[in-house]
Design a protein around this ligand. Structure first.
Ligand SMILES: NC(=O)c1ccc[n+]([C@@H]2O[C@H](COP(=O)([O-])OP(=O)(O)OC[C@H]3O[C@@H](n4cnc5c(N)ncnc54)[C@H](O)[C@@H]3O)[C@@H](O)[C@H]2O)c1
Ligand SMILES: [Zn+2]
Length: 294
């Protein structure tokens, strides 16, 4: 949906055919891709129409639907064209998740793991404890996990001195330099949240090899990703984990932010640090090793 400009055209066509104006409101109900597309259309049509979101996937209820960004892909640039679209309101109804396909259900855990690892040891413990119930789709424990992520994500944006991401520092993009590239290399056969799980596993392995992330913490991260069934996907998607092709994601990420490369890595769980330098040979070894470790 985000790859095909026809969908964006259709959104603008609907806005103008229905004679929406600056006094109108758009209520978008859907997953992260639909919310990104409609958010961008609402923010740019008439230079901004009031916009409300109703996220319907685990990923969008925990993360993307709670944020202030929207974008569509441009050529091979994931989220190449977008805007900041502060919504008027967000309605999260977890009962909408009941019909979600299993892969999309699990995919939401990518952003939950990201928030836990950069933010909160307690939340990571909660995620580990709650994973079996989440994978079994037990409603109450699963929605508790998603709610904690949504709150932490919201607080991170609200409490940040850089909500519009003007600086080099991008903690919410932990694991994402690889994730965006993996999605594109797989021709979007790998879902965003699955790619985030892979990107987190890769950067955690790399941080360990650098001598930063301790062995026991790495083991916890890899075992979480493995329990989500992502190892099988990694072994199937050989093109997406081709080291030479994947490493180009570092340069894409640097060009997106501008200035020097700035990648968030882990010193330990909930202890992120930033680096401007990636040892390409070491990262290549980690990419080769990853499928066998998860
Ligand atoms: N704007 C941001 O800050 C941000 C952050 C993270 C991710 N994203 C974007 O979000 C997208 C991924 O979002 P997603 O994981 O929600 O996937 P998605 O929007 O692609 O939806 C996944 C699938 O589930 C279907 N679906 C949606 N809700 C359903 C429901 N309740 N029942 C049954 N089927 C349902 C959709 O039609 C789709 O086929 C990516 O494009 C990613 O780039 C944006
Ligand atoms: Zn993401």
């Amino acid at each position: 949906m985000k790859n095909d400009p026809a969908y964006l055209q259709a959104a603008y066509s609907a806005i103008f055919a229905d004679r929406l104006c600056k006094q109108s409101s758009i209520i978008a109900i859907g997953g992260g891709a639909f919310l990104d597309l409609t958010g961008f259309a609402a923010t740019t049509a008439h230079r901004g129409i009031a916009y409300w979101r109703v996220p319907t996937t685990t990923l969008s209820q925990a993360d993307s639907g709670i944020g202030i960004k929207s974008a569509v892909n441009f050529q091979h640039h994931k989220n190449g064209v977008g805007a900041h679209d502060v919504p008027r309101g967000i309605l999260v109804d977890a009962t909408l998740l009941r019909t979600l396909p299993v892969r999309d259900w699990i995919s939401g855990l990518g952003e939950c793991l990201k928030i836990a690892l950069i933010n909160s040891r307690e939340y990571f413990d909660e995620l580990e404890r709650g994973l079996p119930a989440y994978l079994a789709r037990q409603y109450a424990p699963s929605t508790a996990i998603l709610r904690t992520c949504a709150r932490a994500h919201f607080e991170h944006i609200r409490g940040s001195s850089d909500p519009y991401e003007k600086s080099q520092s991008r903690p919410l993009d932990f694991g994402h330099w690889a994730a965006h590239r993996i999605e594109a290399l797989s021709k979007f056969a790998v879902l965003h949240g699955e790619a985030v799980l892979l990107g987190i596993a890769l950067d955690s392995l790399y941080a360990h090899r650098l001598g930063r992330l301790p062995e026991n913490s790495l083991a916890r991260v890899l075992s979480f990703v493995s329990a989500c069934g992502i190892g099988k996907l990694a072994r199937q998607q050989r093109d997406a984990l081709n080291p030479e092709a994947l490493l180009k994601g570092l340069d894409e990420f640097r060009r997106h932010i501008g200035g020097p490369l700035c990648i968030t890595l882990l010193e330990d769980i909930a202890r992120p640090f930033e680096t401007n330098v990636i040892d390409i040979n070491l990262m290549e070894q980690c990419i080769r090793e990853l499928p066998a470790r998860i």
